[in-house]
Design a protein around this ligand. Structure first.
Ligand code: AVI
Length: 329
């Protein structure tokens, strides 16, 4: 099997900085001001997210881990081809691959012929994952790609052969509803009827439990949110003074979404050198930085249908906190 084309990291970095600058200029000129959670994941943000996933309040990761452990045989069997055609197991937003290793181990032990293609925007995350796979699963064929989801989708279209795509961890919840549908439709395009898509969805549950997961007692989620400003300071020459910004989050059970904000604790003006501009913030003005949508089973069914998929398997945990759903184009 051929490798995916590798990206030149210096070009990618330059392009990414320009994209970031464009995004920040747009977002901070809106009302209310916004910045996309896509930019949380520099190396420090990815490191903080690893810590979030181990927090007592952050139930999604351990729930999905248990779910995948419990149903590993059924899930792996639903992902592989009935006639055992070799396939690419492509993971969007692979991170540390902790949960995926459950499936990888099962597929390797069963002697299934596949290559693992982890895709992540963070070079450090991919390097760490590759290093751990070399030690833990030395026989696994790995073809890592450092890029964002959109480029990954374009790369995927160039891949011949059968594909099983993983999109775990409720990353789908971070899209706005229209972007989510658009993304799933784009994802459906390069897939053939024999391919599979496994998506993780965080389910609607006790609002207090959801809220706590995004406002942990140790303040790791706050550091994760505030790190976005540190990134803008470093990459765009911004002058955010973190002493005057706060993390705030809330769950809206009507809309089924956790919204996270950075709150300006006083009136301030922040210069951003790369934009040759300054931005004014009133006292207690917010920057909306993240949406984390939570779903019902019916919403998942409807979304899949609208995007051109059928739900072929719906796996959930005993408490019905989380669902891993296998979709067929
Ligand atoms: C990556 N994503 C699914 C996480 C979530 O739960 O929305 C990101 C996160 N933000 C705050 N905590 C975790």
């Amino acid at each position: 099997m051929s490798s995916l084309p590798s990206l030149d990291s210096s070009t990618a970095t330059h392009q990414q900085t320009e994209e970031l600058a464009r995004h920040v200029a747009q977002g901070l000129n809106r009302s209310p001001k916004t910045l996309s959670s896509m930019y949380f994941y520099d190396d420090e943000g990815s490191r903080l997210f690893q810590q979030i996933m181990a927090l007592p309040e952050y139930y999604p990761t351990r729930t999905e881990y248990q779910l995948l452990s419990t149903h590993s045989t059924a899930i792996a069997d639903a992902l592989r081809a009935a006639d055992d055609t070799p396939f690419y197991l492509i993971e969007l937003g692979a991170g540390d691959g902790l949960k995926t290793k459950i499936l990888l181990r099962y597929l390797l032990t069963a002697g299934i012929d596949f290559s693992y293609v982890p895709v992540d925007i963070s070079p450090a995350a991919i390097e760490g994952l590759e290093a751990s796979l070399r030690v833990e699963l030395p026989n696994l064929r790995v073809e890592p790609v450092i890029t964002d989801y959109v480029s990954a989708l374009q790369l995927m279209a160039t891949k011949p052969g059968r594909k099983a795509v993983l999109f775990l961890g409720s990353n789908i919840g971070n899209f706005f509803p229209d972007e989510r549908l658009d993304f799933l439709r784009q994802l459906a395009q390069p897939l053939s009827p024999d391919d599979r898509l496994l998506i993780g969805f965080d389910l609607q549950k006790d609002p207090r439990l959801i809220r706590a997961a995004y406002d942990d007692a140790q303040g790791v989620t706050a550091a994760f949110n505030l790190n976005l400003l540190t990134r803008l300071n470093r990459e765009l020459g911004a002058e955010f003074d973190l002493a005057h910004w706060r993390h705030y989050t809330d769950y809206d059970p009507l809309a089924g979404v956790v919204r996270s904000f950075l709150v300006s604790t006083r009136a301030q003006t922040v210069p951003i050198a790369a934009l040759d501009a300054s931005f004014d913030f009133a006292a207690w003005e917010i920057i909306h930085t993240e949406n984390s949508y939570k779903f019902t089973a019916t919403q998942i069914q409807n979304l899949a249908k609208e995007a051109g998929f059928q739900v072929s398997n719906f796996f959930t945990d005993a408490q019905e906190y989380f669902a891993d759903v296998i979709l067929t184009p």
